[in-house]
Ligand binder design. Structure first.
Ligand code: ATP
Ligand code: MG
Length: 567
């Protein structure tokens, strides 16, 4: 392909809207253009890279036994009523209306559609297991679309769904998919960690996310130093550093004007780790207190799981009414809760702690010398704290917290959807059983941008060969020189013979401009054909990743690149 014949405009500066490197490079390298917030058009080069990612995904899905199908993006809402998910998913659903005023959903995912399909197609255990997948456009009304393709309203996902006769078989299908994921991410050049994840809205028994560690990642993940434990922050468990409390009697003391944990530490010298943080939740009727150590944060997802649907943080007036005091002076000391209708959930890290300080439910007063198990009213113990850097794992190893981009997600779903949508089969005894399901998503467009985020330097992208828009950038200088022209012909012939794709920068531009663009576009190799080197019988091949240069005879460029690709 010639530069002058494709649709490619590079940008010297990043558009103001692009906050992160990969988003800037996506636009600067002419791979994609924004239509409006969260909606992008793929330009020819971007689409080439995307197709290469898709091809790898497809090959590995097929290799793992997946069967490709293609389902409609438009879905009837009654399927979502049947699965019981319509409320929980409402926040991200795009609704459309047809001319008869009927409502439709633009699919954010396809569990409902695929399960109803299988309900019709599969009758017998002999037809199982089956794993169906598609590579298709998804729609999600994200509150805050951002970072280009990373969080878009419309994006391409590979979604796969496994159907098995029982739990054991389902785990095997799950294992095959997870294995395919590992190969996919490795092939596209991503070092993706497989982390234990929360099952969230999907429901189901077990779940893993695949995350690429990156500063700009929107999720947090926890890894064990020198160990194998890895989990998403919503699910991660850890132990904070031990504190030593001294037992004794509980005493009320005045703390006028104290509103926060930090205030109490500063003005009264009570370390945050020696305080109890009291958070108030309500569903409009009931009040639940969640207690964590003062230096800990409550983890929203964990709290949500313990509290159940419908609970939210209480506002000041609700707190005052339920507790008789304001934030800053709240606590769960049993004597102060007498007559109040509240349930108390305490984090495991508070178990057995003595010498703690907590609010007295009396504005401007706290208790010290608190023995958590002796003095507080606790109804339930639970893991509700957010793991912190330096916590210890259950194996006693140090935990690190990093940011990550979630590129893939796998769930063992069980029978939630097959029961609701009647995907049943006859077992060998002739009994009807619901299929045991798994679902598996890879954000194909997000993965593409994650590749750019990871593989770049100050000059531009450094594509892994497997997904580069083109493998070679051919830069011709001295276009009018007949010797350069024939060397260019020879290089092109050798590339074509070797089946290497290339973009030929045939623009009438200064060398500096061409080199800058070659670095920005970042194909694995740049081949420069100029009068000087051609006179010496060679062309200059430069590796984008290492910067290493070699002189190669024009007719050998194709086989040289081919060999490099193999090694
Ligand atoms: P996130 O937590 O980032 O919102 P999710 O957990 O809601 O993602 P899943 O339902 O697990 O996403 O979807 C499978 C995959 O689809 C994700 O792992 C991610 O790679 C991709 N994905 C999800 N939402 C988006 C989006 N808005 N834009 C681009 N890719 C997305
Ligand atoms: Mg997910």
């Amino acid at each position: 392909m010639r530069w002058t014949q494709t649709l490619l405009t590079t940008l010297r500066d990043a558009p103001a809207e692009a906050e992160i490197a990969s988003h800037q490079l996506l636009l600067r390298a002419g791979l994609a253009r924004k239509l409006t917030s969260g909606l992008y058009t793929f330009l020819p080069l971007g689409l080439r890279a995307l197709r290469k990612v898709e091809r790898i995904v497809r090959e590995e899905m097929d290799r793992a036994g997946g069967l490709e199908i293609l389902m409609p993006a438009l879905q009837p809402p009654d399927l979502w009523e049947k699965s019981g998910r319509i409320q929980a998913a409402e926040d991200v659903l795009f609704h459309v209306k047809d001319h008869q005023d009927r409502r439709w959903i633009l699919g954010p995912t396809h569990e409902e559609v695929v399960t109803s399909l299988v309900a019709g197609e599969v009758q017998s255990y002999r037809q199982l297991p089956r794993t169906l997948y598609q590579i298709q456009t998804k729609y999600r009304d994200e509150i805050r679309p951002r970072f280009g393709l990373m969080r878009a309203r419309e994006f391409i996902m590979k979604d796969a769904y496994s159907f098995d006769t029982d739990e054991t078989a389902a785990k095997k299908s799950y294992g095959a998919m997870v294995g395919a994921y590992r190969r996919i991410f490795e092939r596209v050049g991503l070092d993706a960690l497989q982390v234990e994840a929360d099952t969230g809205v999907m429901g189901g028994a077990s779940s893993h996310e695949f995350c690429v560690v990156a500063e700009i990642g929107e999720g947090e993940l926890v890894t064990e130093e020198g160990g194998t434990y890895a989990a998403a922050i919503e699910k991660a468990e850890g132990k904070p550093a031990e504190r030593s409390g001294v037992g004794g009697i509980m005493e009320k003391f005045p703390t006028p004007g104290i509103r926060t944990i930090a205030d109490l530490e500063k003005k009264h010298g009570v370390l945050a780790q020696d305080q109890v943080k009291t958070l108030v939740f309500t569903n409009g009727k009931e009040t639940i207190l969640v207690l964590v150590r003062g230096d800990d944060e409550a983890q929203e997802t964990k709290v949500g799981k313990v509290l159940g649907a419908g609970f939210r943080a209480a506002v000041d007036t609700e707190i005052k009414e339920a507790m008789g005091a304001s934030p800053g002076s709240l606590g769960a000391v049993a004597s102060t809760l007498a007559g109040k209708k509240v349930t108390v959930v305490a984090d495991f890290a508070l178990r057995g702690q003595t010498g703690m300080t907590t609010g007295a439910n009396d504005n401007g007063f706290h208790f010290k010398g608190v023995d958590v198990e002796r003095d507080l009213k606790i109804d339930t113990w639970a893991d509700v704290r957010k793991v912190r850097q330096g916590d210890l794992s259950s194996a006693g190893k140090k935990l690190n917290v990093s940011r990550g981009i979630e590129v893939g997600h796998a769930f063992l779903l069980g029978t939630k959807y097959s029961v609701a949508l009647e995907a049943k089969f006859l077992d060998p005894q002739g009994k009807q059983q619901p299929a045991v399901m798994g679902c598996y998503g890879i954000g194909v467009t997000r993965t593409l941008q994650a590749v750019i985020e990871v593989h770049q330097d100050k000059d531009g992208i450094r594509w892994p060969a497997a997904v580069a828009p083109y493998t070679v950038m051919l830069v011709t200088l001295d276009l009018a020189d007949p010797a350069v022209q024939s060397a260019t012909d020879a290089v092109i012939a050798s590339l074509e013979k070797a089946g290497i794709d290339y973009l030929w920068d045939d623009r009438d531009e200064r060398p500096g401009v061409k080199f800058k663009d070659a670095d920005l576009l970042g194909f694995p190799w740049r081949v420069t054909i100029g009068a000087k080197s051609v006179a010496k019988g060679g062309v200059e091949v430069k590796c984008r990743k290492t910067g290493a240069m070699e002189m190669i005879p024009p007719a050998e460029v194709g086989s040289w690149v081919q060999n490099k690709l193999k090694s």
